[in-house]
Structure formats: C-alpha cells, structure tokens
Design a binder for this molecule. Structure first.
Ligand code: PLP
Length: 446
C-alpha cells in the first residue's frame, strides 16, 4: 500500500533551489540570496530564518482577508474530501453555481453571469474573447480590434499581453493579437503627491474618440482598462475619466471591460472599482481576492446583455467555445464561497473604506523623506515613487525592499515604485509601523 505523502511545509531541510524556474524573478540573484516564506497568519509571514514579516502587500495583492483564515481552510478540506474534481463541460456540480450566485450579489446591477477561470491572466483573455464572441453573435463581425492602455497590466497570456502596456512584458514576444491599439496611461507628469483621484474632467478619455476616428468604431470590439492600474506602480485615474470612457464606448457600441483583478474585493473600499466610481462596464474580470488566494481561481462577470447575445444568439449547441479544465473547480469554488462569507460577515470592504483616510494620511507623511518624488493612494493602496539612481533604474526601490525584509516588513517594488496594498484587516498601529519602518529606511538610503 502507498504511504500518504508527508511534507514538512515549514522546513527548508533538503530544499534544492535549482529546479524551480521562478516567475517574474531575478533567478540568479534569488538563488544566491534566497528569501523563503514558510508560514503565514493574519497580517504576518514567517520567513525560513524565523523572521516575522508584516505583510504590506497582501501576498501579491490577493490575501485581502489576511492570512490563514480557518473557515477557508475548512471549506477547502471539506470539498477535497467530498468531491475532489468534477468536470464542468456538459456536466456540473453545485459549488460553482452557488459561488456565481453569491458573486452576482456583490457585482454592479446587471452584471450577473459568471464564467470561471484559474487566474487573472485567464480572466483577461476570457473577457477579450467574450467581447469578440458578443459582436460575432450579433452579426457585427468587423469588430475585431481591442483597445488597451499604456502601462496597463492584464496578465501574461497573449491576449492580455497584447492589450497590456508594460514594455518589458511585450517587447520580447513578437506574436501578439492583431489589431490592438492603446490609450495613454493616466499618470499626469505635473500632478505629484495628489491624494486620491487626480484632478481632471474626463478629457483624457477623449483620446478614445481619436482612436475611433483613426480605426473606425465598426472595427473596435472592446476597451479594457484597470479602474486603477496596480502593477504599473499604482496609477490613479483622473476624476471623470472612467465615466467618460463609459460614455464614449456606449455611444459607439464598444464594450467596456474593467480588469478588477486587483481592485475587486474591497481593495478600494467597495466590492469593485465599478461600484466605487459608479461606472458600470459590460464585463468585469476578477481573480486574486476571490478565494483570498487560498486556491487559484479567477472569474469573468458579464452583463446579462453580453451573456444573452452569445448564449441566446448562437445556434443550438455549445455557444462559447472557451473554458478551462478547472473552470469552477470544486475546491476553488469552496474557497471562494468561504471567502465571500468572511468579506460579508466582517464587513471588510467597508472596513477598507473606513481605514482609507488614516492610510492616506500616513503614506503621504513620507513626502518629505529623501528620494521620494511622488506618492499616490486610493482605498488601501499606495504607490511611493523614488528617484532612480543614476544609471541603475530600479536599484533604489529594490534596496528598500531588501532592507525592509531584513527589518520585518514585506513591501513590493516595481521599478522605483514601492507598492503597498495590505490586507483589509490592517490595524491603525500596523499602518504606523509600515510607514515608520519606511521612513527610517529612506532616511539612511543612498
Ligand atoms: N490583471 C491585473 C489587473 C493584474 O493586476 C494581474 C496580476 O497582478 C493580472 C491581470 C494577472 O493575474 P494572474 O497573475 O493571476 O494571471
């Protein structure tokens, strides 16, 4: 008989670093200077050398309810023990239906049809394909073009990377989706140390009219943007910008997709960025906080209109030739249900909203620290931009990351921007601790 496998999750004994080719990582540096996390609870990680690390990044913007939530673990264990896997192609099981219904309750009115994926990248590609399928089903077959935004991030699959606007992610990959164009990003050079939304009247979004004039509305299927760009280093939109994008897309029959992989699930103090801004897109993409990151899962929430056009408008048979083996996986769906229950019972989205003023005050108090050239914030997110060191862009923020780690604080550095996005359970004292540690580090930094 086979013995059950046993892993000592927290032990590094016998761990060989050679074989795991790490994603988005300086592998050579890491393997010479490994930083291993071995346990997590509440607001803290534990590292393999016994350090306790205050998690100011919710892992990777994903552990919104804090680490080690027992109710999620219990739901996962029950699902694994009851129904390890069941297909959702031409079959089903109750959990993804239940989760879709729960999700629909917290989405903007009218967005209540849910397609499950396994990640944010898959959600982005699913949403783009859904937009193409929508127009196709309506007989609008010339609408093939997809509009993204510079410095946008929609994951790393070919669709998302094509509409994305981070140069390093795109340049080396020649084969991209055809017919893509990009809006300008929303970071105004003149606007520094702005609290919350950038000033504006929506005029920046009028660029979309220029792209429409250039390409013809009849060739454009969808516009995809993050309500607040996270991965590019926290770019907060100007007032009125998303509203204006909505007006223009509606006027021209173009679908509007909000990539809410980061902004979903309370990050901005509401269930979605759409809710916060009062702008309802046609499609919302989700992942990360959906399961509190316990099990990989993403979702694409479509309006009834988009869904019905495809499902009712297609000939008898499979309506949307798309899906993943693990779409609606029982274990992930169980984690999602338990996670949504925690968000609801603990009122975490509203809590994040209530903490946002304290957060804003605290992060902007770093404005007079050496090297700081800009600070941006929205909800429980902040971007602290440092002046790059001559000749070595990114080196300064990387050094802050390393020194913060050594002092028991986990932050994220993208380029020379420090990005902060703590779990929504953060206390006022923990906010002060994050800011205090950063102030000390920045003061001594070359
Ligand atoms: N979309 C946005 C807005 C993201 O921030 C991310 C990840 O950070 C993704 C998509 C990709 O998600 P994943 O890494 O789960 O594929």
């Amino acid at each position: 008989t086979t013995q059950p496998a046993s892993f000592d999750v927290a032990s590094t004994a016998g761990v060989d670093l050679d074989h795991f080719w790490m994603p988005f990582t300086n592998n050579r540096y890491f393997k010479d200077n490994p930083r291993l996390l071995v346990a997590a609870e509440g607001m803290y990680y534990t590292s393999s050398d016994g350090r306790r690390l205050l998690d100011s990044t919710s892992g990777l913007w994903c552990v919104n309810a804090g680490h080690g939530r027992a109710a999620i673990g219990a739901a996962v264990a029950e699902a694994v023990g009851t129904l390890d896997f069941a297909p959702t192609f031409q079959l089903g099981h109750p959990l993804p239906f239940r989760l879709a219904s729960e999700l629909a309750k917290i989405m903007p009115a009218g967005l209540d049809r849910v397609f499950f994926t396994n990640s944010g990248s898959e959600s982005a590609d699913t949403a783009l394909k859904m937009a193409l399928a929508y127009h196709h089903a309506r007989g609008d077959q010339t609408r093939f073009r997809l509009i993204g935004r510079q410095r946008g991030y929609h994951g790393t699959n070919f669709g998302g990377l094509s509409v994305g606007g981070l140069g390093g992610n795109r340049r080396r990959f020649v084969s991209q989706v055809w017919g893509v164009d990009h809006l300008s990003h929303t970071q105004g050079q003149a606007v520094r140390f702005q609290r919350g939304l950038q000033p504006g009247n929506g005029a920046l979004a009028d660029e979309l009219e220029d792209l429409i004039a250039l390409h013809g509305a009849e060739t454009i299927a969808a516009v995809i943007v993050e309500p607040m760009a996270g991965s590019a280093g926290v770019l907060v939109p100007p007032q009125g910008y998303l509203q204006r994008l909505r007006e223009i897309t509606r006027k021209h029959g173009i679908l509007l997709i909000f990539d809410e992989v980061i902004t979903g699930f309370g990050r901005l103090g509401a269930a979605t960025g759409a809710e916060l801004f009062g702008v309802t897109p046609d499609i919302i993409t989700l992942a990360k906080g959906l399961t509190n990151a316990t099990v990989p899962m993403g979702a694409v929430v479509a309006s009834r209109e988009v869904h019905d056009a495809i499902v009712e408008g297609s000939p008898e048979g499979i309506e949307f030739y798309h899906g993943y083996t693990y779409s609606g996986h029982p274990v992930a769906a169980a984690a999602g249900l338990a996670t949504l229950q925690i968000y609801r019972e603990e009122g975490l989205f509203a809590r994040a909203g209530a903490m946002a003023a304290k957060w804003e005050e605290a992060v902007h108090s770093l404005a007079d620290c050496p090297h700081v050239v800009d600070i941006r914030n929205l909800g429980l997110v902040a971007g602290i931009e440092l002046a790059p060191r001559d000749g070595t862009p990114g080196a300064r923020a990387t050094e802050v990351f390393q020194k913060a780690f050594d002092r028991g604080l986990l932050i994220r550095a993208t380029g020379d921007i420090i990005a902060l996005s703590p779990p929504l359970i953060i206390s006022g004292d923990q906010i002060d601790e994050i800011v205090g540690t950063l102030r000390t580090l920045l003061k001594d930094l070359a």
